[in-house]
Design a protein around this ligand. Sequence first.
Ligand SMILES: C[S@@+](CC[C@H](N)C(=O)[O-])C[C@H]1O[C@@H](n2cnc3c(N)ncnc32)[C@H](O)[C@@H]1O
Length: 248
Amino acid sequence: MPAWKDGRLGLPVREAVKLFPELEEYLDGRGRLDLSNRRARILYNRAVARAIFGLDIEYHPRGLVTTPISRYLFMRIFLRDGERVLEIGTGHTALMALMAEKLFGCDVTATELDEGFFEHARKNIKRNNARIRLLKSGGGIIKGVVPEGERFDVIFSAPPYYEAPTRGVLTEKEAVGGGKYGEGFSVRLLREALEYLRPGGRVALFLPHKEPLIRAVVEEGKERGYKVRDVRFKAGTRWRHGLVLEVP
Ligand SMILES: C[S@@+](CC[C@H](N)C(=O)[O-])C[C@H]1O[C@@H](n2cnc3c(N)ncnc32)[C@H](O)[C@@H]1O
């Protein structure tokens, strides 16, 4: 399992500073990092990606600062080595797609809607010499994006999950899932996934600890015949849900 030299899944700040000395300017007198600063967060997460996971990641100037450890904890819940997987909305980092290929030896296809993020993802994939098929979505989720007839062991996503635009933290495409509780995107994904999964295949969704949202997605999953597992895990200070929905 990936870990720092002390055996933990985390990177001491002083080690991150060795990798990116620019981080020094965001340290207080007690050596604590100002993580409210976006540049500091990006540099620290780049250091984590490199030191713990062996990945060289560039973050887009206006994109979500995806944290490698939270994504790895999520992927460990549902992914098995060597599977054929599809990620919906890989974002500018392509971080989960890269982890699936590099750490789990998966055969990876990933999609992205945003033009700028798509290009950025392509560069991150190239930078890491990864073999990932990247598909551009024109607004579709799976249908109309992934060729018909293809089958996957797992379809996973950290989907947009807000019901309305957020205040400048995320771009609208990253954030807005639609529906009453932000479940719209996930619900549509669950419906479409049934045609693209192998028997026994799974959908896995990375979601926040928002009960009405989780309930709405779980209900939809059960109605569609999925067997649902809701794994709650802590990433940093936040609780997250890894929803794993298996087709019978
Ligand atoms: C919450 S972000 C997650 C990004 C990244 N996978 C991560 O783990 O941080 C959702 C991503 O989905 C993309 N997206 C939104 N709608 C999409 C669609 N219909 N097809 C593909 N990607 C989409 C957004 O542009 C954004 O990059």
